[in-house]
Design a protein around this ligand. Structure first.
Ligand SMILES: Nc1ncnc2c1ncn2[C@@H]1O[C@H](COP(=O)(O)OP(=O)(O)O)[C@@H](O)[C@H]1O
Ligand SMILES: [Mg+2]
Length: 305
């Protein structure tokens, strides 16, 4: 038997009291999405079907632990409750992320599997055949909200592919096929693999697909930031929060290191550590400065073969 995703079970349990416990910024996010859906449901009940209601393209920022995924869970449960109250049995919301792990933590799926996107870096985006497009259209016909978590890992190329795929699936030339999109994450976290991040200046992008992906991102003019860290809350955690911020902003201090050291069983060395850099250039810079600091002469004997 296939095990149910823990988040799907949780979703059923997210009650009104969870809504009451949202902090003010989380509540603003919740109200923004829920009032949008209420408005859409009311429009539908008046029999308006075209044009579709106002498209919501919303992005949500917040450091790790500010409750982005949590609020998203409360929102998706509320959307489901509201939909059922209006006699809609089908799901109008899908949750996705660009990696399997990020998708799993929100009870969603990868964006590649949801929209049948190619996973290889190279190459173009093959159009879906009519049969494939029909199948996905049928599967996603009730989709109103697509939620994409961990936006820092979504590159401009992938964003363009998502946009184009959705236009084809929904036979609608508006951005993302006219569907509502909520983009969550923290640009200080992991960047995309082998792609430029969404915030990259359009002038520095050469490929027209990347430029188009960036243009799609620029449509997200509405933005909400969650600012209170809930995961490490309370005055006694202030030092730890500060240390995490130091790491996030790439400026950890000795005091931050000391704070982190008391939380682990080993003493973290400061210099002799394995370093991970995002670019080869940074690796080269580090190696060069390390070699320059070494007060030793190495001789390497090479034998031709
Ligand atoms: N309003 C809230 N009430 C109770 N717990 C919350 C609330 N907001 C966040 N949390 C908890 O804080 C932790 C961090 O939230 P999470 O959604 O994972 O943060 P993020 O996705 O921003 O990194 C989780 O354990 C979550 O359950
Ligand atoms: Mg999260």
């Amino acid at each position: 038997m296939k095990e149910e995703h823990p988040d799907r079970r949780d979703e059923e349990d997210v009650s009104q009291s969870a809504v009451d416990r949202l902090n003010p910024h989380q509540r603003l996010l919740y109200d923004t999405v829920i009032s949008h859906w209420e408005e859409s449901l009311n429009l539908d009940s008046y029999g308006y079907d075209a044009p579709r209601h106002r498209q919501l393209l919303l992005q949500v920022d917040g450091r790790g632990g500010t409750g982005k995924s949590y609020t998203l869970k409360v929102i998706s449960a509320a959307i489901r409750r509201l939909s059922i109250a209006h006699g809609l049995q089908h799901s109008v919301l899908e949750k996705a992320a660009s990696t399997g792990v990020a998708a799993y933590t929100i009870g969603g799926q990868t964006i590649h599997s949801l929209l049948r996107l190619p996973v290889t870096k190279a190459g173009h985006l093959p159009e879906l055949t009519i049969g494939e497009a029909t199948n996905i259209r049928r599967r996603l016909q009730h989709l109103e909200y697509l939620i994409l978590d961990e936006k820092s890992m979504i590159g401009v190329r992938l964003f363009n592919y998502i946009d184009r795929r959705m236009r084809q699936i929904f036979e609608n030339d508006l951005y993302f096929g006219g569907r509502n999109m909520i983009l969550l994450g923290d640009f200080h976290q992991l960047p995309p693999v082998l792609q430029q991040p969404l915030f990259r200046d359009v002038g520095s992008l050469r490929d027209p697909r990347d430029k188009a992906g960036r243009m799609a991102y620029e449509q997200f003019t509405k933005s909400i930031e969650l600012t209170t860290i809930v995961r490490q809350s309370g005055d006694d955690q202030a030092g730890f929060r500060d240390a995490l911020d130091g790491l996030r902003n790439n400026c950890p201090t000795r005091a931050h290191r000391e704070t982190l050291c008391v939380r682990v069983q080993i003493n973290l060395p400061l210099d002799d550590v394995v370093r991970i850099y995002p670019t080869n250039g940074m690796v080269k810079d580090h190696n060069t400065s390390y070699l320059e600091r070494l007060d030793k002469v190495f001789s390497v004997r090479c034998t031709p073969f």
